[in-house]
Design a protein around this ligand. Structure first.
Ligand SMILES: NC(=O)C1=CN([C@@H]2O[C@H](COP(=O)(O)OP(=O)(O)OC[C@H]3O[C@@H](n4cnc5c(N)ncnc54)[C@H](O)[C@@H]3O)[C@@H](O)[C@H]2O)C=CC1
Ligand SMILES: O=C(O)C(=O)[C@H](O)COP(=O)(O)O
Length: 380
């Protein structure tokens, strides 16, 4: 069996060597000829899988994407050729939630605001939106959910889109869709954006095309528009460079790039391929995952003035993930190295759960635990 995989899929060799011959490719450059003899194709979000890519291949049985989003896959075409398909729903949802929490704390610190005074509007209440909601709940930050597709079947309380637009921060967690009753392409178009005030925060960590980037830029040039946290951009890798200087946080589509998040995607495809081939699923991610290794550097501690408990939250969140690192890399390296190179060389980032703390070392162990950190509550 020939297994072709994107070179940016972590632990691909560890998980898939048992299935046959492994060959890696560059996700942006792969073409029909390269994968003509693939039985299995494993991609990430930058590879469009469609008739053009698979036209020269008459043997492929399985396509997997180690991502949550599937907007790069022509699933109708796969179905028409009876090719099995799997994605990795939820694999990096925690990572996205932690990205948004880190970004909100950075902005609160800059504004000298208290995160508990914010209400966060979450657009899309699936895996990533819910991961964020759980972390906000842990911090006792009020939030509202908008998801018209879930509203009729889900027990949680939902609000109208218009109510979301009044929130202090709005965080987007929808798939990119162009059809159906609730398409998300340019859900935030000029008419929506122009009604957001400069005091509001707009966070996009789903797909760039959900927000009209030109309309954002025009609002910013006119002196208006919300404060921006942009992880995703229209037309990646060719982003609207002029918009970057207007962002509080700007990053290279890495919200989901924790080592755990990316690797869970690989593990989920392994499980799907085991299922398809009838092979017993013996490998588990924890066999390959290194221990977390965190050193708390003095510059990561927040400025004083916060309540001690909140200071502890800032300290621990930034100890594991400070989004300013990725913002700085993006601003410094985008023009010199390019969008894809920043993503390819992404430094190892762990999730909050990789930091093991003793309850005795913390002022707020319960809150940190609910936020996702590993806390040992010992009796002695
Ligand atoms: N920046 C990054 O690194 C990452 C980005 N993503 C993106 O985030 C998207 C969402 O991920 P998940 O939450 O895991 O997906 P999900 O499928 O679990 O949840 C998406 C939710 O959005 C809702 N939805 C669909 N259309 C909507 C609309 N018009 N208005 C409001 N809600 C709507 C759906 O009903 C669903 O509940 C993915 O499709 C992917 O494109 C995902 C992971 C990482
Ligand atoms: O899972 C998703 O959906 C994402 O957006 C991924 O984090 C994107 O990562 P790449 O597939 O582009 O490496």
């Amino acid at each position: 069996m020939n297994i072709y995989f994107d070179e940016n899929i972590p632990f691909a060799s560890e998980f898939f060597a048992g299935f046959g011959n492994l060959k890696s490719f560059s996700g942006r450059d792969v073409d029909a000829e390269t994968i003509a003899d693939a039985d299995v194709l494993l991609v990430r979000s930058i590879t469009r899988v469609d008739e053009k890519l698979l036209s020269a291949n008459h043997r492929i049985q399985f396509v997997g994407t180690a991502t949550i989003g599937v907007d790069h896959i022509d699933t109708d075409y796969l179905l028409s050729r009876n090719i099995s398909f799997a994605s990795a729903p939820g694999c990096n949802a925690t990572s996205v939630g932690e990205y948004v929490i880190s970004a909100l704390l950075v902005i609160c610190q800059r504004m000298q605001a208290n995160i508990n005074d914010f209400t966060v509007g979450i657009v899309g209440a699936g895996n990533t939106g819910s991961a964020l909601a759980r972390k906000l709940a842990a911090l006792k930050v009020p939030y509202k959910l908008y998801d018209p597709l879930l509203a009729t079947t889900d027990d949680r309380e939902f609000v109208e889109f218009s109510e979301i637009l009044t929130c202090d921060a709005i965080s987007l967690h929808v798939p990119l869709t162009r059809d159906g009753e609730y398409p998300t392409f340019h859900l935030f178009d000029e008419s929506v954006i122009k009604n957001l005030s400069p005091q509001q925060i707009l966070i996009n960590a789903c797909r760039g095309e959900v927000v009209d980037n030109q309309a954002l830029l025009q609002q910013k040039l006119a002196g208006g528009g919300p404060q921006l946290v942009l992880d995703v951009w229209e037309n990646e890798p060719n982003v609207l460079v002029e918009l970057i200087e207007y962002c509080q946080v700007a990053t290279a589509h890495i919200a989901g790039y924790s080592l755990e998040g990316k690797s869970r995607g690989t593990e989920m495809l392994y499980q799907a391929l085991c299922h398809l081939t009838g092979l017993e699923s013996k490998l588990e991610l924890h066999q390959f995952m290194p221990a977390g290794d965190f050193i708390l550097r003095s510059e990561q501690t927040p400025k004083s003035g916060l309540p001690a408990t909140m200071e502890e939250i800032y300290r621990r969140v930034f100890q594991v993930y400070d989004v300013r690192r990725d913002d700085q890399i993006f601003r410094q390296q985008l023009l010199k190295k390019g969008f894809d190179a920043i993503r390819k060389n992404y430094p190892v980032r762990r999730e909050f759960s990789a930091l093991n703390l003793s309850a005795r070392d913390s002022l707020v162990p319960d809150m940190l635990k609910s936020l996702g950190f590993s806390i040992q509550f010992s009796r002695t």
